[in-house]
Design a protein around this ligand. Sequence first.
Ligand code: SIN
Length: 286
Amino acid sequence: MRELFELNPLPGALGAEVRGVDLGADIADDVIDRLRQRWLEHRVLFFRGQELNPGQLAEFGRRFGPLEHYPFVEPLPDHPEVIPVIKEPDERANFGGGWHTDLVYRPEPSAATMLHAVEVPARGGDTLFADGVLAFEALSDRMRALLDGLRVVYHVAHVRRHVHDRSDGESTYSRSMPARAASAEGPASPAHHPVVRTHPETGHRSLYFSREHTERFESMTIAESRPLLDWLEAHVTQPVFTTRFHWESGSLAFWDNRCVSHCALNDYAGERRHMHRITIAGDAPF
Ligand code: SIN
């Protein structure tokens, strides 16, 4: 099969870098189809040197599915699906700084996320990614049987608290990411999702797990749930299941939230980091 672009798998457990595609151009359908195949195989694709305005970012994202409106942060003017992800030099707390998958507290969490770097620190501010398929495949048969059928309760309150409680100055949202007026309305009831998820396109089974927004397991108390939740987080995020991406201005990461979790490192005090983010709508996990 003729290759339509260059693809180099990263040295970690997942992810590949794509070269030879200008994401701001009118990309042919066969290139998009091939990118989608490669994305499903590698779970995260990375691109470098893409000088995209927010409209071009949204346009590229739409080729992979309908875009969502993020409920908690005011989007960019004229681009309702694009949010800024910013940390100012004097701020300490960090958006996305715990292991998670995006919008997991919704009944139909995001299928995918694209993050585009506008301004990055000279060093630090990398993002870690963990592969839930590899983590699932490494489990013993007994542990798989134990987890099968367990559902995790995710609650938006864990997020809402960060947005509205600025009393300790430790909101995970930068002052450059104004809270959306409608955010207090967020989904009222928790979402319950299986901890072992089947990917709707590849059929792969994975550990679908987002500690950042987790309350407990369904039909279990918080105290009963905690030891297994702690173990799951430690298991999924072992170095052997992860990769680490170093951002440059113009880098873009495109990840599959249905089988990948991620975590933004907070190691660049005194410097500014500015990204643009879109998410692509997904379906109810099964
Ligand atoms: C996010 O969690 O979506 C943001 C990740 C990052 O800023 O690296």
